[in-house]
Design a protein around this ligand. Structure first.
Ligand code: PLP
Length: 412
């Protein structure tokens, strides 16, 4: 049985909503990084207070063992939520760093003339590192968006795949266009071509941590600082492709899946604090649904649906308002059911000025290219002018959305 979405409960999980210096401010830059839930903050404080020693010490002193156990638990629980094994889940410093490492790890094993496919819908993190492989003789093929809608068409990808294709990198959804790509359909195409799929889930993850098995992604990435957690990057590397990646860490770390793709070394406290993300999903689940003993993956699915339905309700008035204005271009679909609530627009006034004016209305939003320069240009929007982006998540209140609309009405 499920209970209606409880906003008061949700907001009580985020200390930022009780913070006097933030009172009265409506936060619409969640795609840049979300507020942290109290579970994350507690986990971090706890680690720094009680177990800030070298984890996994061979001598087995208690603080060390406990710290290591917490890091292991973070891997295992996140993996459970995502329906993969703990061995397949790697936690690195950020998604940009993770893709950089991945590109080098794959590149070492490819031959001149091998091919990859990249899009112009991606954030640069899942684009530039792959394109750079052209310097090593890799052929880079472009899967272009539609210039009007900014959307990717899987039929176009089908025409780009061939026997030399090694990898296809694409986003679960773009951080500007926000249309949710048909990931399972795309990964099936990629698999049939004998290539590896690398899905940037950073923009989607704040709206639901997905069942990676169901998505069929070989590699799936997201950043926990956008999913109410610490500043880390999670990278799922499925067993079936792990052998294609060359070790990027110290030679003696080659044995460990958690170490060989994290040359930076783990940030122990933050890895442990990733438990907070799972704690929060569990808290949301257990508050809204019966059966607290449910498997994590099922909890994740239910929470994803709960959050998604709520976000559709929240974003609808904003999209309706924007659609009715003839001086605003919505950079993405205006149908709330096929997108996440990251709404980028090009107004007739410079986006950066509108963003500044919104601050007068105590609205925190921003304008720019959001590291998706190629996408803006493909859609005919000069990247130096950029777009105004308003992004929210399930903890945003209807009143805050109303305030945003009032602010837009006054400033546009
Ligand atoms: C869609 C998308 N992909 C990748 C990244 C890069 O993530 P990170 O900051 O963890 O490197 C971002 C960051 O904003 C993003 O929005």
């Amino acid at each position: 049985m499920s209970r209606p979405f409880d906003l008061a409960f949700v907001r009580s999980q985020f200390p930022a909503f009780a913070e006097p210096s933030l009172e009265g401010w409506a936060f619409f830059e969640n795609a840049g990084g979300s507020y942290a839930c109290r579970q994350t903050i507690d986990r971090l404080t706890n680690f720094y207070t009680r177990t800030k020693v070298q984890p996994y010490a061979g001598s087995g002193y208690p603080a060390s063992t406990q710290g290591g156990d917490e890091m292991d638990a973070a891997h295992a629980r996140l993996a459970g939520l995502l329906n993969v094994t703990a061995n397949e889940l790697v936690i690195g410093p950020s998604t940009s760093q993770n893709t950089y490492v991945l590109a080098n790890a794959f590149g070492e094993n490819w031959a001149e003339g091998d091919e990859i496919v990249v899009t112009d819908q991606d954030h640069e993190a899942n684009s530039g590192v792959w394109r750079r492989l052209a310097d090593r003789g890799i052929v880079v093929r472009e899967w272009h968006v539609d210039a009007d809608t900014g959307q990717l068409d899987p039929a176009v990808l089908a025409g780009l795949l061939n026997a030399r294709t090694r990898l296809v990198a694409f986003p679960h959804c773009s951080n500007i266009v926000a249309h949710v790509n048909p990931v399972a359909e795309i990964t099936a195409l990629v698999r049939a071509a004998g290539a590896v799929s690398v899905v940037d889930g950073v923009s989607h993850a704040p709206h639901g941590l997905s069942d990676i098995e169901a998505l069929g992604a070989d590699i799936y990435l997201f950043s926990t600082y956008k999913t109410f957690g610490p500043h880390q990057g999670v990278m799922v590397v499925r067993d079936r492709v792990a052998g294609q990646l060359a070790n990027q860490s110290h030679w003696f770390n080659d044995y460990s899946r958690h170490k060989r793709l994290v040359p930076a070394g783990p940030d122990h406290a933050q890895v442990a604090a990733c438990n907070g993300v799972v704690d929060y999903v569990e808290a949301l689940h257990d508050h809204h649904f019966d059966a607290p003993e449910t498997a994590l993956v099922e909890k994740g699915r239910r929470v994803e649906t709960l959050v998604r339905d709520r976000e559709i309700e929240l974003v609808t008035p904003l999209l309706d308002y924007l659609r009715d204005r003839d001086d605003v271009r919505i950079m993405g679909p205006s149908d709330p059911t096929i997108r996440v609530p990251t709404v980028a627009v090009v107004p007739s006034r410079p986006p950066s000025e509108v963003a500044k004016d919104l601050v007068e209305h105590r609205v925190m939003a921003d304008a720019g290219d959001f590291y998706a320069v190629r996408l803006l240009e493909a859609m005919g929007q000069p990247a130096d002018i950029g777009a105004l982006r308003m992004s929210f998540v399930h903890y945003t209140s209807p009143d805050e959305v109303a305030r945003l609309i009032e602010g837009l009405e006054a400033t546009l």
